[in-house]
Design a protein. Structure first.
Length: 281
Protein backbone atom coordinates (compact mmCIF):
# COMPACT_ATOMS: atom_id res chain seq x y z
CA UNK A 1 0.00 0.00 0.00
CA UNK A 2 2.80 2.38 0.95
CA UNK A 3 4.60 1.59 -2.27
CA UNK A 4 1.46 2.38 -4.29
CA UNK A 5 1.09 5.70 -2.47
CA UNK A 6 4.74 6.57 -3.12
CA UNK A 7 4.42 5.75 -6.82
CA UNK A 8 1.23 7.80 -7.10
CA UNK A 9 2.90 10.67 -5.25
CA UNK A 10 5.89 10.45 -7.57
CA UNK A 11 3.76 10.64 -10.71
CA UNK A 12 1.67 13.46 -9.25
CA UNK A 13 4.81 15.49 -8.53
CA UNK A 14 6.13 14.68 -12.01
CA UNK A 15 2.88 15.90 -13.55
CA UNK A 16 3.03 19.11 -11.52
CA UNK A 17 6.60 19.76 -12.71
CA UNK A 18 5.57 19.26 -16.34
CA UNK A 19 2.21 21.06 -16.33
CA UNK A 20 2.27 23.78 -13.65
CA UNK A 21 5.06 26.07 -15.01
CA UNK A 22 3.54 26.09 -18.50
CA UNK A 23 0.02 26.97 -17.43
CA UNK A 24 1.07 29.49 -14.79
CA UNK A 25 3.05 31.43 -17.38
CA UNK A 26 0.25 31.15 -19.94
CA UNK A 27 -2.30 32.38 -17.42
CA UNK A 28 -0.13 35.40 -16.55
CA UNK A 29 0.34 36.47 -20.18
CA UNK A 30 -3.28 35.76 -21.14
CA UNK A 31 -4.39 37.85 -18.17
CA UNK A 32 -2.15 40.70 -19.33
CA UNK A 33 -3.79 40.56 -22.78
CA UNK A 34 -7.34 40.60 -21.32
CA UNK A 35 -10.57 39.04 -22.61
CA UNK A 36 -9.29 35.54 -21.89
CA UNK A 37 -12.68 33.85 -22.31
CA UNK A 38 -13.23 35.50 -25.69
CA UNK A 39 -9.83 34.28 -26.91
CA UNK A 40 -9.96 30.81 -25.33
CA UNK A 41 -10.50 28.92 -28.60
CA UNK A 42 -7.67 30.81 -30.31
CA UNK A 43 -5.37 30.11 -27.37
CA UNK A 44 -6.13 26.38 -27.45
CA UNK A 45 -5.57 26.31 -31.21
CA UNK A 46 -2.21 28.08 -30.86
CA UNK A 47 -1.11 25.85 -27.96
CA UNK A 48 -1.70 22.64 -29.89
CA UNK A 49 -0.27 24.11 -33.10
CA UNK A 50 2.90 24.89 -31.17
CA UNK A 51 2.87 21.39 -29.70
CA UNK A 52 2.42 19.65 -33.03
CA UNK A 53 5.24 21.72 -34.55
CA UNK A 54 7.73 19.84 -32.35
CA UNK A 55 7.57 16.99 -34.87
CA UNK A 56 8.65 19.28 -37.72
CA UNK A 57 11.37 20.87 -35.60
CA UNK A 58 12.67 17.44 -34.51
CA UNK A 59 12.94 16.30 -38.12
CA UNK A 60 14.76 19.51 -39.11
CA UNK A 61 17.15 19.15 -36.16
CA UNK A 62 17.86 15.54 -37.10
CA UNK A 63 18.58 16.56 -40.70
CA UNK A 64 20.88 19.41 -39.67
CA UNK A 65 22.78 17.18 -37.25
CA UNK A 66 23.30 14.61 -39.98
CA UNK A 67 24.37 17.30 -42.46
CA UNK A 68 26.66 19.35 -40.21
CA UNK A 69 27.81 16.60 -37.81
CA UNK A 70 28.87 19.06 -35.06
CA UNK A 71 31.41 17.94 -32.45
CA UNK A 72 29.92 18.84 -29.05
CA UNK A 73 33.35 18.68 -27.41
CA UNK A 74 34.45 21.85 -29.21
CA UNK A 75 33.25 25.44 -28.92
CA UNK A 76 32.33 25.50 -32.62
CA UNK A 77 30.37 22.26 -32.27
CA UNK A 78 28.42 23.62 -29.30
CA UNK A 79 27.78 26.83 -31.23
CA UNK A 80 26.41 24.95 -34.25
CA UNK A 81 24.21 22.70 -32.10
CA UNK A 82 22.96 25.61 -29.99
CA UNK A 83 22.37 28.27 -32.63
CA UNK A 84 21.79 26.36 -35.87
CA UNK A 85 20.42 22.94 -34.94
CA UNK A 86 18.25 23.97 -31.97
CA UNK A 87 17.56 27.72 -31.91
CA UNK A 88 17.21 28.32 -35.65
CA UNK A 89 14.89 25.38 -36.31
CA UNK A 90 12.67 25.76 -33.24
CA UNK A 91 12.25 29.54 -33.43
CA UNK A 92 11.65 29.39 -37.20
CA UNK A 93 8.79 26.92 -36.74
CA UNK A 94 7.24 28.98 -33.93
CA UNK A 95 7.68 32.25 -35.83
CA UNK A 96 6.00 30.79 -38.93
CA UNK A 97 2.93 29.75 -36.91
CA UNK A 98 2.73 33.12 -35.16
CA UNK A 99 3.02 35.12 -38.39
CA UNK A 100 0.33 32.99 -40.03
CA UNK A 101 -2.01 33.80 -37.13
CA UNK A 102 -1.08 37.50 -37.22
CA UNK A 103 -1.95 37.75 -40.91
CA UNK A 104 -5.25 35.86 -40.69
CA UNK A 105 -6.70 36.59 -37.22
CA UNK A 106 -9.24 39.35 -36.75
CA UNK A 107 -8.55 39.20 -32.99
CA UNK A 108 -5.11 40.72 -33.38
CA UNK A 109 -6.03 44.19 -32.08
CA UNK A 110 -3.73 44.90 -29.09
CA UNK A 111 -0.04 45.03 -28.36
CA UNK A 112 -0.29 42.56 -25.47
CA UNK A 113 -2.25 40.03 -27.49
CA UNK A 114 0.90 39.55 -29.54
CA UNK A 115 2.67 38.42 -26.38
CA UNK A 116 -0.14 36.06 -25.45
CA UNK A 117 -0.36 34.56 -28.95
CA UNK A 118 3.41 34.13 -29.10
CA UNK A 119 3.51 32.57 -25.62
CA UNK A 120 0.80 30.01 -26.41
CA UNK A 121 2.67 28.86 -29.51
CA UNK A 122 6.03 28.73 -27.74
CA UNK A 123 4.83 27.12 -24.51
CA UNK A 124 2.72 24.61 -26.44
CA UNK A 125 5.98 23.67 -28.14
CA UNK A 126 7.80 23.56 -24.78
CA UNK A 127 5.08 21.43 -23.16
CA UNK A 128 5.17 18.71 -25.82
CA UNK A 129 8.95 18.87 -25.96
CA UNK A 130 8.98 18.39 -22.19
CA UNK A 131 6.88 15.24 -22.52
CA UNK A 132 9.44 13.89 -24.96
CA UNK A 133 12.31 14.62 -22.55
CA UNK A 134 10.56 13.25 -19.46
CA UNK A 135 9.01 10.08 -20.92
CA UNK A 136 12.05 7.87 -21.58
CA UNK A 137 14.51 6.59 -18.99
CA UNK A 138 14.40 5.64 -15.30
CA UNK A 139 11.85 7.27 -13.01
CA UNK A 140 14.43 9.17 -10.94
CA UNK A 141 15.96 10.63 -14.12
CA UNK A 142 12.52 11.67 -15.42
CA UNK A 143 11.78 13.49 -12.17
CA UNK A 144 15.16 15.25 -12.23
CA UNK A 145 14.67 16.33 -15.85
CA UNK A 146 11.10 17.54 -15.25
CA UNK A 147 12.05 19.48 -12.11
CA UNK A 148 15.11 21.07 -13.74
CA UNK A 149 13.28 22.05 -16.93
CA UNK A 150 10.44 23.56 -14.89
CA UNK A 151 12.87 26.30 -13.80
CA UNK A 152 15.03 26.53 -16.93
CA UNK A 153 13.67 25.38 -20.29
CA UNK A 154 10.01 26.32 -19.70
CA UNK A 155 10.77 29.90 -18.54
CA UNK A 156 13.38 30.03 -21.31
CA UNK A 157 10.82 29.30 -24.03
CA UNK A 158 8.54 31.89 -22.44
CA UNK A 159 11.31 34.51 -22.54
CA UNK A 160 12.02 33.77 -26.22
CA UNK A 161 8.31 34.10 -26.99
CA UNK A 162 8.12 37.47 -25.21
CA UNK A 163 11.04 38.82 -27.24
CA UNK A 164 9.41 37.54 -30.43
CA UNK A 165 6.00 38.93 -29.49
CA UNK A 166 7.36 42.28 -28.31
CA UNK A 167 9.06 43.23 -31.57
CA UNK A 168 6.25 41.77 -33.67
CA UNK A 169 3.76 43.92 -31.74
CA UNK A 170 5.85 47.02 -32.49
CA UNK A 171 6.03 46.00 -36.14
CA UNK A 172 2.27 45.51 -36.46
CA UNK A 173 0.95 48.35 -34.30
CA UNK A 174 3.75 50.92 -34.53
CA UNK A 175 5.35 52.91 -31.72
CA UNK A 176 2.22 54.25 -30.08
CA UNK A 177 -0.86 54.58 -32.33
CA UNK A 178 -2.00 50.97 -32.00
CA UNK A 179 -3.23 50.73 -35.60
CA UNK A 180 -2.71 47.31 -37.19
CA UNK A 181 -0.77 48.02 -40.38
CA UNK A 182 -1.97 44.76 -41.93
CA UNK A 183 -5.63 45.69 -41.45
CA UNK A 184 -5.29 49.40 -42.26
CA UNK A 185 -6.47 50.76 -45.60
CA UNK A 186 -3.78 50.07 -48.18
CA UNK A 187 -1.95 47.68 -45.87
CA UNK A 188 1.84 47.73 -45.79
CA UNK A 189 2.15 49.08 -49.33
CA UNK A 190 -0.15 51.99 -48.45
CA UNK A 191 1.87 53.03 -45.39
CA UNK A 192 4.54 55.72 -45.40
CA UNK A 193 8.13 54.74 -46.18
CA UNK A 194 9.14 55.43 -42.57
CA UNK A 195 6.35 53.18 -41.26
CA UNK A 196 7.28 50.39 -43.70
CA UNK A 197 10.92 50.52 -42.59
CA UNK A 198 9.83 50.39 -38.97
CA UNK A 199 7.63 47.38 -39.75
CA UNK A 200 10.31 45.36 -41.54
CA UNK A 201 12.99 46.25 -38.97
CA UNK A 202 10.89 44.98 -36.09
CA UNK A 203 9.77 41.84 -37.93
CA UNK A 204 13.46 41.04 -38.44
CA UNK A 205 14.17 41.77 -34.76
CA UNK A 206 11.23 39.60 -33.70
CA UNK A 207 12.70 36.64 -35.53
CA UNK A 208 16.38 37.39 -34.95
CA UNK A 209 16.35 38.26 -31.24
CA UNK A 210 14.41 35.09 -30.41
CA UNK A 211 16.98 32.98 -32.27
CA UNK A 212 19.95 34.73 -30.65
CA UNK A 213 18.45 34.46 -27.13
CA UNK A 214 17.62 30.78 -27.64
CA UNK A 215 21.03 30.14 -29.22
CA UNK A 216 22.95 31.71 -26.33
CA UNK A 217 20.84 29.74 -23.85
CA UNK A 218 21.55 26.39 -25.55
CA UNK A 219 25.17 27.18 -26.43
CA UNK A 220 26.21 27.92 -22.84
CA UNK A 221 24.41 24.86 -21.45
CA UNK A 222 25.97 22.62 -24.10
CA UNK A 223 29.38 24.10 -23.37
CA UNK A 224 28.90 23.43 -19.66
CA UNK A 225 27.79 19.83 -20.15
CA UNK A 226 29.92 18.72 -23.11
CA UNK A 227 33.17 20.66 -22.57
CA UNK A 228 34.20 20.33 -18.88
CA UNK A 229 37.05 22.83 -19.23
CA UNK A 230 34.51 25.60 -19.86
CA UNK A 231 31.90 24.42 -17.33
CA UNK A 232 32.33 27.08 -14.64
CA UNK A 233 32.49 30.10 -16.90
CA UNK A 234 29.65 28.77 -19.08
CA UNK A 235 27.32 28.13 -16.12
CA UNK A 236 28.16 31.48 -14.52
CA UNK A 237 27.53 33.30 -17.81
CA UNK A 238 24.31 31.36 -18.34
CA UNK A 239 23.02 32.25 -14.86
CA UNK A 240 23.76 35.96 -15.23
CA UNK A 241 22.25 36.17 -18.71
CA UNK A 242 19.19 34.14 -17.72
CA UNK A 243 18.41 36.50 -14.82
CA UNK A 244 19.00 39.50 -17.09
CA UNK A 245 16.67 38.01 -19.72
CA UNK A 246 13.96 37.50 -17.10
CA UNK A 247 14.20 41.17 -16.16
CA UNK A 248 14.20 42.39 -19.78
CA UNK A 249 11.23 40.17 -20.72
CA UNK A 250 9.27 41.50 -17.73
CA UNK A 251 10.10 45.03 -18.88
CA UNK A 252 8.85 44.18 -22.41
CA UNK A 253 5.51 43.02 -20.99
CA UNK A 254 5.15 46.23 -18.95
CA UNK A 255 5.97 48.39 -21.98
CA UNK A 256 3.31 46.77 -24.15
CA UNK A 257 0.74 46.93 -21.35
CA UNK A 258 1.45 50.65 -21.04
CA UNK A 259 1.05 51.09 -24.80
CA UNK A 260 -2.33 49.33 -24.73
CA UNK A 261 -3.40 51.54 -21.84
CA UNK A 262 -2.29 54.69 -23.68
CA UNK A 263 -4.18 53.67 -26.85
CA UNK A 264 -7.32 52.92 -24.81
CA UNK A 265 -7.14 56.31 -23.07
CA UNK A 266 -6.64 58.09 -26.40
CA UNK A 267 -9.68 56.36 -27.89
CA UNK A 268 -11.75 57.13 -24.81
CA UNK A 269 -10.75 60.80 -24.96
CA UNK A 270 -11.65 60.92 -28.67
CA UNK A 271 -15.09 59.38 -28.00
CA UNK A 272 -15.70 61.86 -25.19
CA UNK A 273 -14.74 64.73 -27.48
CA UNK A 274 -17.13 63.46 -30.19
CA UNK A 275 -19.92 63.15 -27.60
CA UNK A 276 -19.33 66.74 -26.45
CA UNK A 277 -19.53 67.96 -30.05
CA UNK A 278 -22.78 66.07 -30.63
CA UNK A 279 -24.30 67.52 -27.43
CA UNK A 280 -23.45 71.08 -28.52
CA UNK A 281 -25.13 70.46 -31.84
Amino acid sequence: MLRILLVCGYYFFLLICVVAPVFLLLWALADAAGETKKLAKTYVFLFFDGGMSTALASFAEWALKALLNPDSKTILGCFIKGFVVAAFTEETVKFAILVLVVVTSAQFVRYTRTLAFSAFVSLGFAFFENLDYVSPGPLNRSLYVAFTRAFTAIPGHCIFSIFMGYFLALAIFGKKKGVNILKAEGGISGASEKRRKYFYKNVALSYGVAIVAHGVYDFLLLLASEAPQFRRIALASWGVLFIAALYVSSFCVDVLKAKDQAVAETKQAARKSDDDVNIRR
